[in-house]
Design a protein around this ligand. Structure first.
Ligand code: HEC
Length: 248
């Protein structure tokens, strides 16, 4: 944001970039999370890992247990060593974490002109603006303003701090076909993947809110009761009179 502002000022333009606020997440977002997972898997996973998410995490959120199992089995997981000391590959299990596109950060950099695609598990919590930022970033690519020369492997994006991002525009309309038939427009794809990433960064969100509500209701009952009891118990002590009677 500040970077974009700085550049705009330097060019004598009065431009402020406002992040497009996404609709608030709620219960009915599970279908969006499911589509978002599809986007992650078919597009983002080519470059970005999500190493803190396991296939079992999808169960009951976006997929059934059988579906999650089938997804896991598509992945090839290196396991071992076996009795001969060799590592071997096997189909994934529910307890396995999402497969990584690159074996190590160096390989990731080497494949991306030296830029490291960050792990997306907690990216929504790790950026100011959260999912609004990521949505704007994904849909905000445009031509650089006149006079701004970009290095060849960088792309102009006014939402990225510094405006020059090493990630090529990852999504466009119809880049994939949603399995539920939702029209795959660019903003739909971006919104769904953001909803998915939001959930991934904070899977306990709904549970936390529900617990908070329960806590408030119980506290609303118990706190006045405790206060009444306290007054009741102390009333004897507080209303007594202590007098000194000197011996005669
Ligand atoms: C071709 C590889 C590639 C694909 C596909 C890709 N990215 Fe990236 N992404 C990168 C690289 C490289 C960076 C690092 C950019 C930089 O530091 O300049 C990056 C950075 C990011 C960032 C961090 C931006 C920041 O503020 O630091 C986010 C968020 C992101 N990508 C989201 C996505 C999402 C969501 C998708 C799928 C829709 C996706 N990317 C697909 C290569 C990719």
């Amino acid at each position: 944001m500040l970077g974009a502002w700085g550049l705009a000022m330097a060019q004598g333009l009065a431009v402020t970039l406002l992040l497009q606020p996404l609709p608030t997440q709620s219960h009915g977002e599970q279908i969006s999370i499911r589509r978002g997972y599809q986007v992650y898997k078919q597009v983002c996973a080519a470059c970005h890992s999500m190493e803190y998410l396991a296939f079992r995490n999808l169960i009951g959120v976006s997929h059934t247990e059988a579906e999650a199992k089938a997804l896991a089995e598509e992945a090839e997981v290196v396991d071992g060593p076996d009795e001969n000391g060799e590592m071997f590959t096997r189909p994934g299990k529910l307890s396995d974490y999402f497969p990584k596109p690159y074996p190590n950060p160096e390989a990731a950099r080497a494949a991306n002109n030296g830029a490291l695609p960050p792990d997306l598990s907690y990216i929504i919590s790790a950026r100011h603006g959260g999912e609004d930022y990521v949505f704007s970033l994904l849909t905000g690519y445009c031509d650089p303003p006149t006079g701004v020369v970009m290095r060849e492997e960088l792309h102009y994006n006014p939402y990225f701090p510094g405006q020059a991002i090493a990630m090529a525009p990852p999504i466009y309309s119809e880049i994939l076909e949603f399995e539920d038939g939702t029209p795959a427009t660019m903003s739909q794809i971006a919104k769904d993947v953001c909803t998915f990433l939001r959930w991934a960064a904070e899977p306990e969100h709904d549970h936390r809110k529900r617990m908070g509500m329960k806590m408030l209701i119980m506290a609303g009952l118990l706190v006045p009761l405790t206060y009444y009891l306290k007054r009741h118990r102390w009333s004897v002590l507080k209303s007594r009179k202590i007098a000194y009677r000197p011996p005669k």
